[in-house]
Design a protein around this ligand. Structure first.
Ligand SMILES: Nc1ncnc2c1ncn2[C@@H]1O[C@H](COP(=O)(O)OP(=O)(O)OP(=O)(O)O)[C@@H](O)[C@H]1O
Length: 290
């Protein structure tokens, strides 16, 4: 199974082009979508989920045109939108039964499937109380469960880890790893380390365009030899920030340890090269394109 996006564009109005000439082929496994605010990630995900129509270009699931035949993907789609709304008076069971009815999922196995999903997102103990009383992270977890109701083959998660604590993040990662065996999973996150631990491949978007798409280790490779650390005095930091792109700072005794990108490739005196992470590469690549 493959999702082929070719020359996709979305123009909301005369001034705003949210997605521009975007082409990408997505196969089974997890694709992490990264990009700064307003890059067009949610717009792209809405188009794939057939919530929004593109202004141009094509989208094929295998060889079926999903812009012309949205129902063909809806049957196999699970989608967690960024602004996922819940029905506060329903409990988790009632809510999932309601979504199942809307998706046309039913039959004898439904109750069992709901039980399994609630267990998967660790909500079994809270399944009988109204969703309105849930915390933000619990609401997010019921959102994840509803996306999985129809045993989807294409899963789209827009910022799924928002509000999840570290333990729930880990549980989510495990759930995704299990599902990735035979589904296409696309997920966006502002938390680069989440993408780093979940995604096989990474696509970076900026200003509606695709900057790069590759297996994670190849993206990281693009920043190798550019990332350094140096110890500075407090008084040196401001001037240093004007010359280099600072990624992170940490106090160390009476000095500051600064992690930075050297765009020119040459490092400041006394710097030591460090191994690049996905976050370093993401900052390096988006900086180069801004
Ligand atoms: N309905 C709309 N009408 C007009 N412009 C819109 C609409 N929805 C989004 N946009 C604009 O399109 C651009 C892309 O927005 P989008 O929400 O897709 O980006 P994003 O990468 O998901 O951002 P974020 O990480 O902040 O969620 C932004 O400039 C946004 O303001």
């Amino acid at each position: 199974m493959a999702l082929s996006i070719t020359n996709l564009s979305k123009q909301y109005n005369a001034e705003k082009t949210a997605v521009s000439n975007f082409s990408l082929t997505i196969n089974k496994g997890v694709l992490g979508l990264l990009g700064p605010n307003g890059a067009g990630k949610s717009t792209l995900m809405k188009i794939i989920a057939t919530i929004s129509k593109p202004s141009g270009g094509s989208l094929l699931l295998d060889d079926i045109d999903i812009v012309q035949n949205p129902n063909s993907i809806r049957k196999v789609l699970g989608y967690l939108p960024q602004d996922f709304g819940v029905y506060p008076n329903l409990n988790a069971y009632e809510f999932l039964e309601y979504i199942a009815a809307m998706k046309g999922v039913g039959g004898k196995g439904l109750r069992q499937r709901i039980d399994l999903l609630l267990e998967g997102v660790n909500l079994t103990a809270d399944a009988k109380r109204p969703i309105g009383s849930y915390s933000g992270g619990m609401k997010q977890r019921i959102g994840i469960a509803q996306a999985l109701l129809n045993d989807p083959k294409v899963l789209i998660f827009d910022e799924p880890t928002v509000g999840l604590d570290p333990e729930e993040r880990m549980r989510f990662r495990q759930l995704i790893a299990d599902l990735a065996q035979d589904s296409i999973i696309i997920l966006s996150s502002h938390i680069v380390s989440d993408i780093e631990t979940i995604a096989d491949e990474v696509a970076i978007m900026q200003s509606g365009k695709l900057i790069t798409h590759a297996p994670q280790h190849e993206i990281i490779k693009q920043a190798e030899g550019r990332i350094f650390e140096v110890l500075l005095n407090n008084s040196e930091l401001n001037a240093f920030k004007h010359q280099h792109k600072v990624i992170d700072t940490a106090r160390q005794a009476d000095q500051i340890k600064v992690r930075y990108i050297s765009t020119s490739g040459s490092a400041a005196p006394s710097s030591i090269p460090v191994t690049a992470t996905l976050e370093d590469a993401y900052l390096f690549l988006t900086q180069n394109n801004s």
